[in-house]
Design a protein around this ligand. Sequence first.
Ligand code: FEO
Length: 398
Amino acid sequence: MPAVEIRPGIYWIGVNDRTTDLFEGLWPIAQAGVSYNAYLVKGEQTALIDLAKSFKTDEFLDQVAQVVDLADLDYVVVNHVEPDHTGILGTLRRIAPQATVLSSPKGLEMLASFYHIDQNVRAVADGETLDLGGPELRFLSTPFVHWPETIMTYETSHKVLFSCDGFGGYGALQGAIFDDQYDDLAFYEQEALRYYVNIVAVFSRPVIKAIDKLEGLPVEVIAPSHGLVWRRNPARIVELYRQWAGCAGAEAGLGVTLLYGSMYGNSEAMMNAVAQGISRAGLPVEIFDVARIHASYVLPALWTQQGVVVGAPTYEGGLFPPMVHLLDVVGRKRIFHRRAAYFGSYGWSGGARREFARLAEGLKWEVLDSMEFPGSPTLQTLKEGEEFGTRFAAALKA
Ligand code: FEO
């Protein structure tokens, strides 16, 4: 894609990534893709704000060259050092060594450790401004959105906020870069939630702090480094981020995530009965087979809903290993203070229920109910499973 002027003298520069399987080597993005957005601000002087992963470097630099001769680039602003935004910095430095790199003091430390770059760099302070001869940049310290060095950059004349990871999302850009160019934003909003929970959620408190800090700052365009540029309704993505950050506290919604695993279909049969019971009680339920669905797609439901039902068999005296793995990821993402229930089948002795209880305690989950059954469920056991689901949903609603 060519460079796109988003406000006079301010250009989107970026590349879509549809070939990387795993973001951060961990989260699947092969289907949705992701974009690495950067921005060029041009006055009498020019500044490039953020870069891209070491990927499609030629395309990226060609886009920059459409707007400014690389030999005339004055500044590179590094809002965030993570290599999805800095991977091409080494190459850029060889081509445009005159450009001064600006980052937070911590950012400069990290640039030295990641890229061994410590010449022609300058630390910027919170609130410091840089006059580019026309446009003016203001640097805002927003630590831990996503790493400790993170800043956001604000262009004061056109009120554009370059927010880097903040307000970003998965989802390669489908030909257009602005929110108002898509009739339906459901895809981008869902992928922004998945990105939020996968990448940023652990830092929800700093996210709220950053949003509070931005309060009162007139923002006409939110220009993050992943996903859509929000110019029709920049408040929308800020509001979504505030809402998602709130889920770290007590604000998760009234709904149930039903996690299950099944070796021979017995726990799955019970899962269907339990799901029926939850639905009958009028609560939304999202169902995930944890042995087959990557945690990346499961975490958003767990993050946004307060109810969790775990259905999985006993395996070698403990809980079905894919469920243990998922709950470990859930703990690392600090999805605490949920209300939970457990059911599952066993062959000759239980054990899964006991292990789940121990894991739930570590997660600070309140276990409201649990049931184990031998072998395959009878019609009577399935009926009890349905009642189990209804009872759990009723307790959540109460
Ligand atoms: Fe998009 Fe934290 O990097």
